[in-house]
Design a protein around this ligand. Structure first.
Ligand code: SF4
Length: 280
C-alpha cells in the first residue's frame, strides 16, 4: 500500500489551479485555429482571433484566461493500492485556497446559494468526484467551470419514444436559445443514459476528452458529428454574433439505462475549456 501525503495533494492542486487558469490546452487552441480558417464572417473571425491572442497573453503573462475563474471541479482517480494519509477534501480545498490566492484568481463561491453576500473568500469548497481505479497512484484533474456556460446546462428525463431525433432536437434547441450567454464557441459534453445523476456526471466527464477525439463507439461518434453539424448550422456563432462556429466539439458518453427511461444531460462548456491533470 503506497502512502500519499495530504501536503503533496495540496501542492499539486495549487499548481493545477494556476496552470488551468493560465494555459488553455493545446487541443482547444488547435480547434480555435481550425475554426478561424473556416469562418467567412469577419466578425466571427475577429472574435476567434482575439480568443487565440487572449490565450497567448494569459500563458505568457501568467494571468487568467477569463475573469470568471470558475468552480474548482476536481476528478480524483484513486488507485486501490494507494492510501491517503488524511482528508482528501481538506487537502484539495487547501490547494484551491492557495492556488487561487497565489494566482490572483477570482473567488466565486458563495456559502449559501440563496445569499449572494456569503462569498467563502477562497473559492472553496471544491466540487470533488472520486473514482476508485486499479494501481497505487492518485490522478487529479482540475477543470475550473465558469458560471455562464454551466448555467446553460440541462438534464432531461426523456421518454424513450423521443429517441435519437429527440436527443438532437433538445440539444440544438437549448444551444439556439442560449445564444451568446455561454460564451461560444462551445464544447458540448453529453451524458446519454444511466440515471438522472449518472447522466449529469457523464456529461461533465465528456468535457475532459481531447477535442478531435471522437467516441470509440462508431454509432456514438456518428451522433456526435451529426449534433455538431446541426449546432453549427444554427448560425449562433462566436459570442452569439453569428458565424459557422457555435461549437468546436460534441463529446457523448453513453451508458446503459432502464428500459422505461432516456436520461439526457448536457454540460455546456465555453471556449475557456480549461482542464489539466497531475499524477501523484
Ligand atoms: S462562460 Fe466561460 S468565457 Fe464566459 S465568462 Fe464564464 S468562464 Fe468566462
Amino acid at each position: 500500500m503506497r502512502q500519499i501525503q495530504p501536503s503533496d495533494i495540496t501542492e499539486a492542486v495549487s499548481d493545477l489551479c494556476q496552470r488551468a487558469n493560465f494555459e488553455l490546452p493545446e487541443d482547444v487552441l488547435g480547434a480555435l485555429r481550425a475554426a478561424l480558417r473556416q469562418e467567412d464572417s469577419p466578425v466571427a473571425a475577429d472574435i476567434l482571433g482575439k480568443l487565440i491572442e487572449n490565450a497567448a497573453i494569459a500563458r505568457d503573462q501568467r494571468i487568467a484566461i477569463c475573469q470568471d475563474c470558475g468552480v474548482a471541479v476536481v476528478f480524483a482517480e484513486i488507485g486501490a493500492d494507494a492510501h491517503i494519509d488524511g482528508d482528501l477534501q481538506e487537502a484539495i480545498d487547501e490547494g484551491v485556497r492557495r492556488g487561487y490566492e497565489a494566482g490572483y484568481l477570482r473567488k466565486s463561491m458563495v456559502r449559501d446559494p440563496l445569499q449572494r453576500n456569503t462569498n467563502t473568500g477562497d473559492n472553496t469548497p471544491a466540487v470533488v468526484h472520486v473514482r476508485l481505479v486499479p494501481g497505487d497512484s492518485l490522478k487529479l484533474t482540475l477543470a475550473p467551470k465558469g458560471g455562464g456556460s454551466e448555467n446553460m446546462s440541462a438534464v432531461w428525463m426523456m421518454v424513450p419514444a423521443e429517441g435519437r431525433e429527440g436527443v438532437i432536437r433538445r440539444i440544438v434547441d437549448r444551444i439556439t436559445e442560449a445564444g451568446g450567454k455561454p460564451c461560444p464557441p462551445l464544447v458540448l459534453g453529453i451524458g446519454l443514459g444511466g440515471t438522472m445523476e449518472k447522466a449529469a456526471l457523464l456529461a461533465k466527464e465528456a468535457l475532459l476528452r481531447d477535442i478531435g477525439q471522437p467516441s470509440p463507439l462508431p454509432e456514438v461518434a456518428e451522433l456526435e458529428a451529426e449534433i455538431l453539424e446541426a449546432v453549427n448550422a444554427t448560425g449562433v456563432g462566436p459570442m452569439g454574433l453569428g458565424g459557422r462556429t457555435t461549437a468546436l466539439a460534441v463529446h457523448i458518453n453513453r451508458h446503459p439505462c432502464h428500459i422505461a427511461s432516456l436520461p439526457l444531460a448536457l454540460n455546456v462548456q465555453c471556449h475557456a475549456a480549461r482542464h489539466v491533470s497531475a499524477v501523484l
